[in-house]
Ligand binder design. Structure first.
Ligand SMILES: Cc1cc2nc3c(=O)[nH]c(=O)nc-3n(C[C@H](O)[C@H](O)[C@H](O)COP(=O)(O)O)c2cc1C
Length: 303
């Protein structure tokens, strides 16, 4: 059996397979389907300082090889998370990681500092793809200065492993990744959803309540693999790859592009056991190809 363990900063993952935020609830919802402690990590739903209602319905639409969503970070806020959710998830034997969003750098930092106090949460993932309300509604993650401002503010108040999740809706993702690394990010994960739109031609109307939404699923995978490949060459910190992973072969593509670990999102809606199948598939592939560890194939792709 090959060694599946990998490290993200000082976070040890039993294997490189994690779940993507917003697609796996708080993990407990999937406990009847898979052994949660068989995963490398679980990234829970996006959490904000204050409760958020999310956008109006419809919030999801199926597209060719993917889906669009505009859920809009619906959650009950960080205090509710700490009081009611944390006690239910703290004893799951894997890395429980909280995805944090905000509308200003101070918002992110305050939310992060409250999570820092939770013993059994060893890392957070910053979602910098959400609207920067203070600066006119653009996402922080689309400029180096915006991304740096959030990472800097959070780094001052968060002591554990800090993962920054990058937006693909940019011209040069490697520049943004470097800006995050320079401000003290321990890892970057990518990609978040790609901006998209789908129109119901009979109603002459968008299929989503707010017009546009985020595209995910197999349709985005080649874009995601390309971005992981670019970022892995640009930074020294570990990269976590995601976007359209459905199978072990998909995950191995990301690892060969330079990802140390992967996350699985939309595929969980189709098959709630997919994460474990991908983990086992990576294991079998490594054995069949005479590899002794995942580490041997990280960044192994030539071009
Ligand atoms: C319904 C839904 C909700 C999501 N919510 C979040 C979120 O709260 N925070 C975040 O960083 N990403 C969120 N994402 C993005 C996913 O975590 C992931 O980056 C994206 O879907 C690409 O991966 P996939 O193709 O495997 O789904 C969401 C995606 C979907 C489909």
């Amino acid at each position: 059996m090959a060694e599946l363990k990998v490290k993200i900063n000082n976070l040890e993952l039993k294997n490189p397979v994690m779940t993507a935020s917003g697609t796996f609830g708080y993990g407990i919802e999937f406990a009847d389907f898979i052994p949660l402690d068989g995963l490398g990590g679980i990234i829970v739903k996006g959490t904000t300082l204050r409760p958020r209602e999310g956008n109006d319905y419809p919030r999801m639409a199926e597209t060719a090889s993917g889906m669009l969503n505009c859920v809009g970070l619906q959650n009950k806020g960080v205090d509710y998370f700490c009081e009611h959710i944390y006690p239910q998830i703290k004893d799951i034997d894997t890395n429980m990681i909280v995805n944090v969003s905000g509308s200003s750098p101070d918002d992110y930092a305050e939310c992060a500092s409250r999570i820092d106090a939770l013993d059994r949460i060893p890392a957070i993932e910053l979602n910098i793809s959400c609207p920067n309300v203070h600066d006119g509604g653009m996402a922080f993650g689309v400029t180096c200065a915006g991304a740096a401002s959030v990472v800097r503010a959070v780094r001052r108040r968060y002591s554990k492993t800090l993962i920054v999740k990058l937006s693909p809706n940019v011209t040069d993702v490697a520049d943004i990744a470097r800006a995050c690394e320079a401000e003290g990010a321990d890892s970057v994960s990518l990609i978040n959803t790609l901006m998209g739109m789908s129109i119901d031609i009979e109603r002459r109307c968008s299929r989503l309540s707010i017009g546009t939404g985020g595209l995910s699923g197999p349709a985005v995978k080649p874009v995601a693999v390309r971005m992981v490949w670019q970022v892995a060459r640009a930074v020294g910190i570990p990269v976590i790859g995601l976007g359209g992973i459905m199978t072990a072969a998909d995950a191995i593509e990301f690892i060969m592009a330079g990802a140390t670990a992967v996350q699985i999102g939309t595929a969980n809606f189709i098959d709630p056991t997919v994460t474990i199948k991908v983990r086992d598939g990576i294991d079998s592939w490594l054995d069949a190809h005479g590899c002794r560890s995942v580490a041997e194939i990280i960044g192994a792709a030539c071009h």
